[in-house]
Write a protein that binds this ligand. Sequence first.
Ligand code: ADP
Ligand code: MG
Length: 240
Amino acid sequence: MIQMHGVQKQFGQLQVLKDINLTVKSGEKLVVIGPSGSGKSTLIRCMNLLEQPTEGKVIVDGVEITAPRARVNKVREAVAMVFQQFNLYPHKTVLENLTLAPTLIKGVGKKAAIESGMSFLERVGLKEKADAYPSQLSGGQQQRVAIARALNMRPKIMLFDEPTSALDPEMIQEVLDVMAGLANEGITMVVVTHEMGFARQVADRVIFMDGGRILEEGTPKHFFVNPEHDRTKLFLSKIV
Ligand code: ADP
Ligand code: MG
């Protein structure tokens, strides 16, 4: 579903991604861990062209999205992203947040977008909040709306960039539960997170990034039982 070949990313003189080679299979759940500044966000932003790699190829569902004439909007329809800061439209209701992009960008009919939007709100447990405004919701609820909004685009891939890092502790689990539910439905997911319980429960594979490289990769069990590199051990000892 996702292939990265020799991907590099530079910001000015700063080399942030160094020769990334990575394949994510259809339906796979990949968790990305690593210290702050190691390039995790940049890596997943290269998967939907929020960042354009300076070298290398990214192929999503058979289409080379880094090709010069790739259609950025098509890529973003297929590869939805959920951010640490929920980025809901503050002056739109919850339901309007869900229907805006499908109707404007994808050309979905209003009625169909509302119907599917309501079903995704139900899925994240927030059907009764359809007419509320984001400011009337808790952080955990807002993030669940952001997930429902991403789902209403019917993406092939969901990217999550530290989706619970901005939440109060008591709200983290409700968001992780929604994500674990999605994971069971076969959607391809790439999740940057420090939530090791989630990684253990949901990930098919974990990659550890350090200094712009994938330093180590394996099953969750590999990471928790027997990580190879001292750098990985040190990182895990600090967060687990
Ligand atoms: P992580 O998500 O692992 O914390 P990031 O991918 O956000 O790491 O950042 C990796 C490095 O790239 C950091 O040194 C960061 O300061 C730098 N960086 C990220 N985005 C930009 C940008 N738009 N311009 C310049 N430097 C950036
Ligand atoms: Mg980041």
